[in-house]
Ligand binder design. Structure first.
Ligand code: ARG
Length: 462
């Protein structure tokens, strides 16, 4: 293809560094679809004859059928998926294939193909997240009353409900879904027709190609359109932020499934045994979700640094945009699917959770609050009195609830036997009924709201 300009073919190193076909062949469906939309438009505008447009369209269908059956051949001399498709089309339909590239360039072609690919990835992410969010909501509903220790600094802080804890992840993942939706909205413009960088002198119809490729409208500036990869970064940033959430959830499952915690037993189908220690059941899927977050975040860094400092318009650096996106997308999809399975099928050990909530003086704040409410004691003083009670319980090796009234009264005479109703973990969680609090009734309300929201979204479709 450089025949006119270069006396010799590219060196072996040039061929190798230039070839993107090993990875961009993943775009073959998008490439053929966009080419068909383009040639149909060329035909409709009279830029190529109706006959030629039909021949090229049929030829492209034939190429697609071949790739579907046998995969895409990798010939480095053909550089990329665009040249590969065109070369095969030429073999099939002859020189008329050369008319396909009228009024376009590989620059607007690749920008269009990649946008369509990322659009599908956004849609997959949204579908995956909706399944995972549903799983969280269902398990949260099931465990609205299950009490576990809530932690700060990973120290027992106050009792919470497992449903509340799971719904915290529902909230994170809902924000992630919003980010994928915003990304989807922003990428909804078609670059095709921007040509190499400046647009074209042919009387093309950009609205027609945008519509044929399911975009809301054409992009407005050809220089921007061929050099913009924000849509890929938007996807990677949404996936990265989400992967941080998945990684935190994975970390909690790993901790909970450890013997000292014993809060959860992960499903066999997503655990592995040890080749040497027969008693072990390793949370490998959760660990890999946690690990994959590193690679997904690495992909954003990679593409950001590729794009940084590029002058307008297209530069070949941009060919490196695809591997990080492809890799991150498959890691991300797999992570979401694995996490959905783990959430749906983990067995929560409710007795262990309850016992742990009982053990760490988790109701100390409730005692302090009771002193404030019933004794009209300033919170700082109540905090100090409670500290004495905790110290005493520790020396006696018992819980706050198990301290005798006379021992409590020795610490502060204003305490009476009504205090015991505040010291149980059940009373503690039930009392935290402020909006967004951990009380079972609050959790049930949040679960109902989330269910309705997910249902509305599923009726709306992607
Ligand atoms: N393979 C190239 C890419 O992925 C296609 C665009 C090539 N454009 C060019 N002017 N060399 O970016």
């Amino acid at each position: 293809m450089w025949g006119g300009r270069f006396a010799e073919g590219p060196s072996a190193i040039m061929r190798e560094i230039n070839a993107s076909i090993p990875f961009d062949k993943a775009l073959w469906r998008e490439d053929i679809r966009a080419s068909k939309a383009h040639v149909v438009m060329l035909g409709a505008q009279g830029i190529v004859s109706a006959d030629d447009a039909a021949t090229i369209t049929d030829g492209l269908d034939q190429v697609a059928a071949e790739y579907e059956r046998h995969g895409v051949p990798e010939d480095w001399d053909l550089e990329d998926i665009h040249m590969t498709v065109e070369a095969r089309l030429t073999e099939l339909v002859g020189p008329v294939a050369g008319r396909l590239h009228t009024a376009r360039s590989r620059n607007d072609q690749v920008a269009t193909d990649f946008r369509i690919w990322v659009r599908t990835a956004n849609a997959r992410a949204l579908a995956g997240l909706s399944a995972l969010r549903s799983a969280l909501v269902e398990r949260a509903g099931e465990h609205a009353d299950t009490i576990m220790p809530g932690f700060t600094h990973l120290q027992t802080a106050q009792p919470v409900t497992l449903g509340h804890h799971l719904m915290a992840y529902y909230e994170m993942l809902s924000r992630d879904a919003d980010r994928f939706e915003a990304a989807q909205d922003r990428l909804n413009q078609c670059p095709l027709g921007s040509a190499a960088l400046a647009g074209t002198g042919f009387p093309i119809d950009r609205d027609a190609t945008a519509q044929a490729l399911d975009f809301r409208e054409p992009t407005r500036n050809s220089l921007d359109a061929v050099s913009d990869r924000d849509f890929a970064l938007d996807y990677l940033m949404a996936a990265s932020q989400c992967s941080l959430h998945l990684s935190r959830l994975a970390e909690e499952l790993i901790l909970w499934a450890s013997q000292p915690f014993g809060f959860a037993s992960l499903p066999d189908s997503l655990s592995t045994g040890s080749s040497i220690m027969p008693q072990k059941r390793n949370p490998d899927a959760a660990e890999l979700v946690r690990g994959h977050a590193g690679r997904i975040v690495g992909a954003v860094t990679s593409l950001m640094i590729t794009m940084k400092g590029l002058p307008l318009a297209y530069s070949k650096d941009m060919q490196d945009d695809k591997p990080p996106v492809f890799e991150a997308a498959s890691l991300f999809d797999l992570s979401v699917a694995a996490m959905t399975g783990m959430i749906a099928e983990t067995t929560f050990k409710v007795d262990r959770m309850r016992a742990a909530a009982q053990a760490g003086h988790a109701t100390a704040t409730d005692l302090a609050d009771w002193l404030v409410r019933e004794g009209d004691i300033p919170f700082r003083e109540a905090h100090h009195i409670t500290g004495e009670a905790v110290k005493l319980a520790d020396t006696k090796g018992c819980s706050l609830e198990e301290l005798a009234l006379r021992d409590l009264q020795a610490i502060d005479a204003r305490i009476d036997d009504r205090v015991y109703s505040a010291l149980s973990i059940d009373a503690s969680v039930a009392s935290r009924a402020s909006y967004g609090g951990t009380a079972p009734d609050q959790v049930r309300e949040q679960v109902a709201e989330a269910r309705a929201k997910l249902k509305r979204a599923s009726l709306r479709g992607p």
